[in-house]
Write a protein that binds this ligand. Structure first.
Ligand SMILES: [Fe+2]
Length: 199
């Protein structure tokens, strides 16, 4: 798992050998999809897609890497539960900048990919721009001097990130992506500190 820390927000990338089975692909392609705008992604209407037992293999892969991110990058003991999961289809279409509400950690798993497709994460300002908002003369872009970070998508790529991080996808090709959101769950704080909370 490689991690870029874009102005304090960790984005982790894993690349695995992955090919959809015929059954998985049939289920995903036969879902009902909608698109909000011309040239936008098709997004599945089912937002609890990974509850389907036929997709358990995909659910387990995503859950494994999200928990690795929580345990090894965020280094928190709290537990997670999946709250939403959906698939998107792109064919030379784009998905405008957005972040995921009602979620703590998000995961994108690229099940199929052909052509030049990319995802761009944005913090709005780089770390050095937050210190002084100057028009810096940058030698080489890195996670301290960049406000955006772009990843070229490959089949079998898994990206895990904090859900409040803005991102968009620009696609000059075709792809099938599975997305999932996770929220923190369990008991927090202590009664004697007036902080006890159960989520
Ligand atoms: Fe997204």
């Amino acid at each position: 798992m490689d991690t870029i820390i874009l102005n304090g927000s960790p984005i982790s990338i894993v690349k695995i050998d992955f090919v959809l089975t015929e059954e998985e692909k049939k289920i995903i392609l036969n879902l009902n999809y909608e698109k909000k705008k011309e040239n936008a992604s098709f997004v599945s209407q089912d937002s609890c897609l990974l509850k389907r037992k036929e997709l358990v293999r995909i659910e387990e892969i995503m859950s494994y890497w999200v928990n690795e991110y929580k345990d090894k990058i965020l280094q928190i003991k709290n537990k997670l539960r999946i709250v939403q999961s959906w698939s998107t289809l792109n064919n030379n279409s784009n998905h405008h900048f957005h972040a995921h509400r009602n979620s703590f950690i998000s995961c994108s798993f690229y099940l199929e990919n052909e052509g030049k497709n990319k995802i761009i994460f944005s913090k709005g300002r780089s770390a050095i721009e937050e210190c002084h908002f100057l028009d810096y003369d940058i030698k080489e872009h890195n996670a301290f001097n960049s406000e955006n970070w772009t990843f070229d998508i490959t089949q079998g790529m898994i990206i895990v990130f904090l859900s409040n991080l803005n991102h968009e996808s620009i696609n000059e090709g075709k792809k099938i992506m599975m997305g999932s959101n996770y929220f923190i769950t369990g008991k927090f704080g202590k009664h004697e500190r007036y902080t006890y909370l159960e989520i």
